[in-house]
Design a protein around this ligand. Structure first.
Ligand code: CMX
Length: 447
C-alpha cells in the first residue's frame, strides 16, 4: 500500500510503484558495476557551445533521434495517437491516458483511463490565492509571467516539501510525494492557463470547469472554444509534453528539482526557460513574423518570391527564422508533421495555413544556402500558432502558455522518476578560458 494518505481513486500510483521497484536494481547495477564505463567525451566546442550532444542525462520517458524525431516511451507520435485509448467521439487520446502512459510506459485500458480521469478531477482545485497573485501583476505582464507566478505561488501546497520537513524523510519514499505534487500540478495548470486567457483577453469573464469532461475537452470549454478545439488541445498537449531531458524547459525543471526543490519551484523555473524566444516563445515569434510579413505585403498575394525575400531580409538583418532549426533534430520535426496533418484534414483552405506551407516550401532551401543553421527544417513551433489562430486564439503572446501546459506532463513525469531512482543534485564542472587554451596547446587535457 501507498505510504501517502490521499483520497486516491486510481491504481496508477500502485502500478508506478511496482514499475519503480522493478527498475531501481537496473540503475543501481549500472552505477555499482559499470559506473566507470566511458560513454562520451567533451570537446572545447561542446564546452563553449552549450553542451550540445554531450551524453550526460538519463531519462526513459522519451528519446529524441536526430533523424526520426521524438519517441515517447519507445513509441512514435503516430503510434501514440493510434494505440492510446481515445476520448469519446474523438480522433485523439485523452491527456489522462497519455499521462498514465508517460509515467508507466504502459498503454492503459479504458477502465484505467477512467480511474485516472476521476483522480485528475479530484486534484484540479486551484487555490483561490493563485488567481489573486495573477491579478496582482500588471495586466500587461506577459502571460508566461502570470503562469510561472501562478505555479510558483502554489509552492505552499507542496506535499513533498511538507514531507521533507516532517522529520520522516526517507529517500526511497520521496518519489511518492513528488508524484503527488506532480499530479496536482498537471491537473491544475490547464485551469490556471484558461484563467489567464479569459482574464487577460476576454474581459475577465470566466467559464467554470465542467466536471464531466476530460482534460482536453475541459480546457476547450474553459477557453470558450467549440469543437474540434477539444481535439486541438489533446493533440497539442501531447505533442508538446516531452522532448527528452536536454532542452531548456525540461533540463531546468530537472536541475532545480535535483536540489530537492519541489515540483512548483522546479516547474516555475522550467517555464521561465520555456519563455525564451529560442525555445518555446518561438511559437509566438512565428505568428509575429507572419503578421509583419503580411503587413509589408499590403494586401498583395504571398508567393515564393516575396516569401523568399522576406526570409532573406530576416537573415540579412542577423535574425533567426522562427520555427526553423533545432539543436538535435536534423529533419522536419514529426510534431510539425502531426500538426500539418491536422491542418490538411480540418483547415486545408485556411489562408494562414497556406502561407505557412509556402514558407515550408522555401525556407529550408534558403537556410541551406545561408549555410549557418545545422538543421534547415521546421520545428514544432512553425505550425502550432496557425492552428490556434484558426480556432480564434489570436493573442499570440498566449501560445507559449499552451506549450507550458503540455510540457508540464513530461517534466512532471521526469522529476517523479528522478526522485524514484535517487538521481543526485546536478553539478557539472566548470573550467576557465585559460585552462581551455592550455589544453588546446597540449592537444587535449592530460590530467
Ligand atoms: N534562422 C537563422 N539562423 C539560424 C536558425 C534559424 N532558424 N537556426 C540556427 N541558426 C544559426 C544559429 O543562430 C547559429 O548562428 P551563429 O553561428 O551565428 O551563432 C548557427 O545557425 C548554428 O546554429 P545551430 O547549431 O544550427 O543551432 P543551435 O543548436 O545553436 O540552436 C535553435 C537551435 C533552435 C535555437 C536555432 O535553430 C534557432 O534559433 N531557431 C529559431 C528559433 C526556434 O524556432 N526555436 C524553437 C526550437 C524548438 C523549441 O524549443 O520550441
Amino acid at each position: 500500500m501507498s505510504t501517502v494518505k490521499e483520497t486516491v481513486t486510481s491504481s496508477l500510483k500502485e502500478t508506478l510503484k511496482q514499475k519503480i521497484e522493478a527498475w531501481r536494481p537496473r540503475t543501481t547495477r549500472l552505477l555499482k558495476e559499470f559506473g566507470k564505463v566511458v560513454i562520451d567525451q567533451v570537446t572545447i566546442e561542446q564546452a563553449i557551445g552549450g553542451a550540445r550532444d554531450v551524453r550526460c542525462l538519463v531519462t526513459d520517458i522519451s528519446y529524441l533521434d536526430p533523424y526520426e524525431g521524438i519517441r515517447f516511451r519507445g513509441k512514435t507520435i503516430p503510434e501514440v495517437f493510434a494505440e492510446l485509448p481515445k476520448a469519446r467521439g474523438s480522433e485523439y487520446p485523452t491527456v489522462e491516458a497519455f499521462w498514465y502512459f508517460l509515467l508507466t510506459g504502459d498503454i492503459p485500458t479504458q477502465a484505467q483511463v477512467e480511474e485516472v480521469m476521476a483522480e485528475w478531477k479530484q486534484r484540479q482545485n486551484v487555490p483561490s490565492y493563485v488567481f489573486d497573485v495573477i491579478r496582482a501583476l500588471p495586466k500587461d505582464s506577459h502571460p508566461m509571467v502570470m503562469l510561472s507566478a501562478g505555479v510558483l505561488s502554489m509552492q505552499r501546497e507542496s506535499k513533498f516539501t511538507a514531507y521533507y520537513h516532517s522529520g520522516r524523510y526517507n529517500k526511497l519514499q520521496a518519489w511518492e510525494y513528488m508524484y503527488e505534487d506532480a499530479f496536482d500540478l498537471v491537473a491544475r495548470i490547464p485551469i490556471i492557463a484558461a484563467f489567464i486567457y479569459r482574464y487577460k483577453y476576454k474581459n475577465d469573464q470566466h467559464i467554470p470547469i465542467d466536471p464531466n469532461l476530460d482534460m482536453g475537452a475541459n480546457f476547450a470549454h474553459m477557453m470558450g472554444i467549440p469543437k474540434p478545439y477539444d481535439d486541438v488541445s489533446r493533440m497539442y498537449f501531447i505533442l508538446h509534453s516531452d522532448h527528452e531531458s536536454g532542452n531548456v524547459s525540461a533540463h531546468t525543471t530537472h536541475l532545480v528539482a535535483s536540489a530537492l526543490s519541489d515540483a512548483y519551484y522546479a516547474y516555475s523555473a522550467g517555464l521561465n526557460g520555456l519563455a525564451g524566444p529560442l525555445h518555446g516563445l518561438a511559437n509566438q515569434e512565428v505568428l509575429s513574423w507572419i503578421m509583419e510579413f503580411q503587413k509589408k505585403l499590403g494586401g498583395a498575394e504571398p508567393n515564393k518570391e516575396n516569401v523568399s525575400k522576406a526570409l532573406w531580409d530576416t537573415l540579412n538583418a542577423g535574425q533567426v527564422i522562427p520555427g526553423y532549426g533545432h539543436a538535435v533534430l536534423r529533419k522536419t520535426d514529426p510534431r510539425y508533421t502531426a500538426q500539418r496533418e491536422f491542418c490538411l484534414k480540418h483547415m486545408p483552405d485556411d489562408p494562414l495555413f497556406k502561407l505557412v506551407s509556402l514558407i515550408y516550401e522555401v525556407a529550408p532551401g534558403i537556410l541551406m544556402e545561408h549555410g549557418k543553421a545545422k538543421n534547415p527544417w521546421p520545428n514544432v513551433d512553425a505550425q502550432s500558432g496557425v492552428i490556434q489562430w484558426h480556432y480564434g486564439v489570436r493573442e499570440w503572446d498566449f501560445y507559449t502558455v499552451l506549450f507550458g501546459v503540455g510540457r508540464a506532463l513530461g517534466t512532471m513525469a521526469n522529476i517523479t522518476w528522478d526522485r524514484a531512482l535517487g538521481y543526485p543534485i546536478e553539478r557539472p564542472k566548470s573550467v576557465t578560458t585559460e585552462m581551455l587554451e592550455q589544453w588546446a596547446a597540449e592537444g587535449g587535457r592530460k590530467s
